[in-house]
Design a protein around this ligand. Structure first.
Ligand SMILES: [Fe+2]
Ligand SMILES: [Fe+2]
Length: 429
């Protein structure tokens, strides 16, 4: 530990003892034991039963503040400090080795923050909220608690570690402020259940919040690993098939607009868009020479390329997170009229995600062109979709696609006439 940190820690400890003595002197004799014991156990419980809403950031916030809002209402600042300080001791961390100065620092910062919050609450309540529900004073108290606690921690982190953890103060607080807002609203819910109902409801609400939290948390974790899988596959595809680099991402972007236009449910759209990002993953099994060939493909080569739909499906089918929409990959080259591959499925037998993907996949080919085919203009593409509605494309989807193109959703993607002519000329030589 460097000397600056030592001086700072000593300063915090002294401040802690000073405030403890001053508030104790003023408030220690004023208490109602049942309330103190009840709130102490509540704080202890929420601190030792997994952390709350910390899934989006590395920084953890507990349910401390929400419960403290009720403490502000019931207890005086000294007892708020005592309950918060003792209640926030986490047993599970102590196993890693007890470091007395860290322990004391954590207690000090929580005591100082909760006492400041309680004092602000008491000061602002008569002015801002009068006799009504303390919406504003609770807000100010939450902000003060949050600022004092995090500022004390921020300083010690930056003093102790000069190279690591140098997060700017602004971004540190920006990240944390999300937690503040959540904590504040949860705190209001808890306070209202205590004020207008009973301790029983107060505890029930806390339990309910934990259940919701677990649900959200596992869902978020699941989504994160899902996105990671998709992103890694995307890299693999791009490294394999340079000519179509970015193809899958562009297709996913068109898919996003088309799903919106079709009013699909959010969950369904998200799945289709994710699959769109990796729809050509099967190409990693196709011979490099065939993929990169700039000549027209021979029949044998074409047959080999066609197998990418099945390869992709086989590759991913064992991943539980993805596999309920995998049919989209398998059937993204099917045609509405039944003349596509691999199965020759017809009409609505083709999953809607695959029908959407076919349209978006083709749109990208039309926009970017291929080695043997120049890109098409906006008007030509609209004509193509009209012509192929009911043939290659689901008529309804083709119609929606034309609308999106006409409305200018993809205007930044189309190549200019001059550029297309240039490309045409280069193809002729
Ligand atoms: Fe494909
Ligand atoms: Fe594709």
């Amino acid at each position: 530990m460097n000397s600056k940190t030592k001086i700072y820690l000593s300063f915090v400890y002294i401040l802690f003892f000073l405030v403890l003595i001053i508030t104790g002197y003023n408030y220690i004799s004023n208490f109602y034991l049942i309330n103190i014991v009840f709130l102490f156990f509540t704080v202890l419980l929420v601190n030792n039963f997994s952390m709350f809403f910390n899934s989006m950031t590395e920084i953890t916030t507990s349910m401390n503040l929400p419960v403290l809002l009720t403490c502000f209402w019931i207890l005086n600042p000294f007892w708020v400090g005592v309950v918060a300080t003792l209640g926030s001791i986490e047993f599970k961390n102590q196993k890693l080795g007890f470091v007395w100065y860290k322990f004391l620092f954590n207690r000090s910062s929580i005591f100082l923050a909760s006492v400041s919050g309680a004092l602000i609450f008491n000061l602002t309540r008569p002015v801002l909220d009068g006799g009504s529900f303390p919406i504003l004073s609770a807000l100010f108290a939450s902000i003060v608690y949050f600022l004092v606690n995090n500022l004390l921690v921020y300083i010690v982190v930056n003093l102790a570690d000069n190279d690591v953890n140098q997060m700017s103060l602004l971004s540190y607080f920006r990240e944390l402020s999300k937690n503040l807002i959540t904590s504040y609203f949860l705190g209001l819910v808890l306070l209202a259940s205590y004020m207008y109902f009973s301790k029983v409801l107060f505890v029930l609400v806390i339990i309910l919040l934990f259940i919701i939290k677990d649900f959200f948390y596992s869902r978020l974790q699941q989504m994160n690993s899902y996105t990671q899988i998709i992103e890694s596959f995307l890299k693999v595809i791009d490294s394999k098939d340079h000519y179509t680099e970015g193809h899958c991402e562009r297709v996913a972007n068109y898919t996003y607009h088309l799903c919106n236009e079709m009013n699909l449910s959010r969950a369904k759209s998200e799945k289709i868009i994710s699959i769109a990002k990796i729809h050509d993953i099967g190409k990693i099994y196709v011979d490099d020479d065939i993929l990169r060939s700039s000549d027209r493909l021979s029949e044998r080569e074409y047959q080999e390329i066609k197998r990418h739909t099945e390869y992709g499906y086989q590759l991913l089918k064992d991943i539980d997170l993805i596999n309920d929409e995998l049919e989209i990959i398998r059937y993204h080259h099917e045609r509405w009229d039944g003349r596509g591959y691999p199965k020759g499925l017809k009409g609505e037998k083709i999953p809607v995600g695959a029908r959407i993907l076919t349209a978006c996949d083709s749109l990208d080919v039309m926009i970017t062109g291929r080695t043997y085919k120049p890109p098409m203009t906006k008007e030509e593409i609209i004509e193509e979709f009209k012509k192929c509605a009911g043939g290659q494309f689901d008529p309804e989807i083709a119609e929606k696609m034309i609308k999106l193109i006409r409305d200018g959703y993809f205007d930044d993607k189309f190549k200019s006439e001059e550029k297309i002519r240039e490309l045409e000329l280069s193809l002729e030589y």
